[in-house]
Each structure stands twice: as structure tokens, then as C-alpha cells.
Design a protein around this ligand. Structure first.
Ligand code: NAP
Length: 302
């Protein structure tokens, strides 16, 4: 038997930025992989910011089901040893809340995994959840409710706490290409963003090691403003940054919340993330410059 122990993995969140890299990483390391998705078409297509398409050789089985409809999940845990989940809301427009998706969908998975006697459950939360500025946000409360349930479940588990993703940094490059970057706050907060591919390596490593919690940052610490300046340098344009003040941003959050609680909660997270530091141990290896240069050159595997 190889180092995977012949184990079989269920990846939930497999259509997402992190999930696509994770499916490929487990499979490349020799695990048997089942991807849970509500859309095989989205799984097979490339995702935004160079998240890979999942080809026939990248996965052993695709299970189409909806975590919000437990009746569609019969058999999803059959033969599974490890569950990985990066299910959560980032850009979805389903009108569902963080509580309904980030918490309840993952609770459904934990309950199914417990009933099926799964060996290990790995969950992607976020770095800085105990930071006073973040702790009370709807997204953080939902993630940490999952963490609490995992701890209480008796399941062996791993909690991955990543810093910001390169998928969000890609948005800076898109804005720089158009000639102007908008930053919430003055951009002086420090961060160590990480590539999804590096994070996938860390997630699979964590399954094979014993640390229960892993905080994961990229290789460099920079301010948001420095990241924006780097994006302009890579696309060869003059730096033009417009700062949206915290006062204006918070006013906007209040307006958005009146229209939709979910959009208000998401906007609040983006605003707060614009003023707190998000730095973790430098576990990732891909630099932001490398990523930006590959993106700018049109490399689909940037
Ligand atoms: N962005 C960051 O900087 C950052 C940093 C730290 C932690 N995180 C956390 O990392 C996790 C993964 O992020 P990501 O960028 O990979 O997110 P993503 O690309 O939006 O992927 C999220 C996954 O969750 C699934 N999902 C969402 N709503 C669902 C629903 N109602 N029912 C079933 N599945 C649903 C999506 O499936 P569909 O494709 O079917 O919608 C997708 O597979 C999130 O929980 C996020 O909070 C993000």
C-alpha cells in the first residue's frame, strides 16, 4: 500500500477556486477521489483566476447532489475515508446566507460523515477568525460554528486557516489593466496571500500529518497598496489608485444590507478585510509577481 493508504476522499466545494486544485492534488498523490458538485458542467470547466478544469483523469467519480437538499445526497459517503470541504459563499448569487451555506451545508456534511464513520474531516475556515474585528462577522461566525461542530463531533479533523487567495489578487490585476485600482481603506494593511495550488498542496499535506490546525500564508508579506502597485508594474501602466474611505465603505454596507442581508454581510467582510492584517506562516511558494506575470501573459495555468 502507498502513502495514501489506499484511502478514498470526498471533495466538497469541488467547483470552487480551492476545491478544483484540491481535487487534482489528491488525485495526483494517488488518492481515490469523488467530487461532490451541484453542476458537473462547472466542475469540468475552468474556474475564474486560473482554477483548473477537472478532466476525466483528475477524478474517479463525480457525485451530483445539493448540500441544501439532503435527499439528493444518499450514498455520497459510501466507501469514503476522508472528507474535504471548502464549501462556502464567495461570489455565489443564490440569495442564501453564510449561515445557510458556510454553516448548514458543512454541518450536513459533518453529520453524514459521522454517521458513515469517516476517518478524517478536513475543513477550510479562514485565518484571523479570533481577531476582534473579524470574529463577529456573519462569515466568521458561520465558519467557526463549523469548527466547533467538528471539534464536538469526535471525528478526527483538520482545520485549514488560509490567508487571502490569489483569486482575490487577480481582481487587482484586472483593475490595473483597466487603468485604475480601487482600494477599500488606505491600503496599508498587511497580508500574505496564497495561490490556490499551493494551498491544495498544504491541504493534502495536512491530511498526511498530525497538526490539527494549519494557518497558511503565501511566501511574501505586503500591503494591499504594494500589491496594487505590483499589478500596475506588471501590466506596464502608471499607478492610479482610488481609495474608498472606510466611512464611505461602511455607509455603502449599510445601504446594501437594506437591499439584501447576504450582500450586506459579504460587503462588510470585504470592507473589514480592507483594514485588518491577514498574515500567516509562509507556507505557499508562488510569489504574487510570478502569478501576475503569468496572468498578464495569458497563461491559463498561472
Ligand atoms: N477568498 C479568500 O481570500 C478566502 C480566504 C480564506 C478562506 N476562504 C474560504 O475558503 C472557502 C473556499 O473559497 P473559494 O474561493 O474556493 O470559494 P468558491 O470558489 O466560491 O467555491 C465555493 C464552493 O462552495 C460551493 N457552494 C457555494 N454555495 C453552495 C450551495 N448553496 N450549495 C452547494 N455548494 C455551494 C460552490 O459550488 P457551486 O460552484 O455549485 O456554487 C463551490 O464549489 C470559502 O469558505 C471561503 O470563505 C476564502
Amino acid at each position: 500500500m502507498d502513502e495514501t493508504g489506499g484511502r478514498r476522499v470526498l471533495v466538497a466545494g469541488a467547483t470552487g477556486y480551492v476545491g478544483k486544485f484540491v481535487v487534482r492534488e489528491f488525485k495526483a498523490r494517488g488518492y481515490w477521489v469523488r467530487a461532490l458538485t451541484r453542476s458537473e458542467e462547472r466542475l469540468r470547466a475552468r474556474g475564474p483566476f486560473t482554477a483548473p478544469a477537472i478532466g476525466v483523469d483528475d477524478v474517479d467519480e463525480v457525485f451530483v447532489g445539493e448540500l441544501t437538499k439532503p435527499a439528493t445526497l444518499a450514498g455520497v459517503m459510501d466507501g469514503i475515508d476522508i472528507v474535504f470541504s471548502s464549501v462556502g459563499i464567495s461570489r455565489q448569487r443564490d440569495r442564501l446566507t453564510f449561515e445557510q451555506v458556510d454553516h448548514q451545508c458543512n454541518k450536513t456534511l459533518i453529520d453524514l460523515a459521522t454517521a458513515a464513520d469517516v476517518q478524517l474531516f478536513e475543513y477550510v475556515s479562514l485565518q484571523g477568525a479570533s481577531d476582534a474585528a473579524l470574529a463577529d462577522l456573519a462569515i466568521t461566525r458561520a465558519h467557526e460554528a463549523v469548527v466547533a461542530e467538528l471539534r464536538a463531533s469526535g471525528l478526527e479533523h483538520r482545520i485549514i486557516r488560509p490567508c487571502g487567495y490569489f483569486s482575490d489578487m487577480g481582481a487587482l490585476l484586472t483593475m490595473a489593466r483597466r487603468g485604475r485600482v480601487f482600494l477599500v481603506g488606505d491600503g496599508s494593511n498587511r497580508m500574505s496571500p496564497i495561490h490556490g495550488r499551493d494551498l491544495a498542496t498544504i491541504c493534502v499535506d495536512a491530511v498526511e500529518r498530525s497538526s490539527v490546525e494549519v494557518v497558511a500564508g503565501g511566501p511574501e508579506v505586503m500591503t494591499q497598496r504594494e500589491a496594487a502597485e505590483l499589478a500596475f508594474a506588471v501590466v506596464g501602466k502608471r499607478v492610479k489608485i482610488t481609495v474608498v474611505s472606510m466611512r464611505v465603505a461602511r455607509g455603502l454596507v449599510r445601504v446594501l444590507r437594506r437591499l439584501s442581508k447576504q450582500i450586506g454581510d459579504l460587503a462588510e467582510f470585504i470592507v473589514v478585510a480592507g483594514e485588518v492584517d491577514g498574515v500567516g506562516p509562509p507556507l505557499g511558494t508562488t510569489t504574487l509577481r510570478t502569478y501576475f506575470e503569468r496572468l498578464a501573459a495569458g497563461d491559463p495555468d498561472a
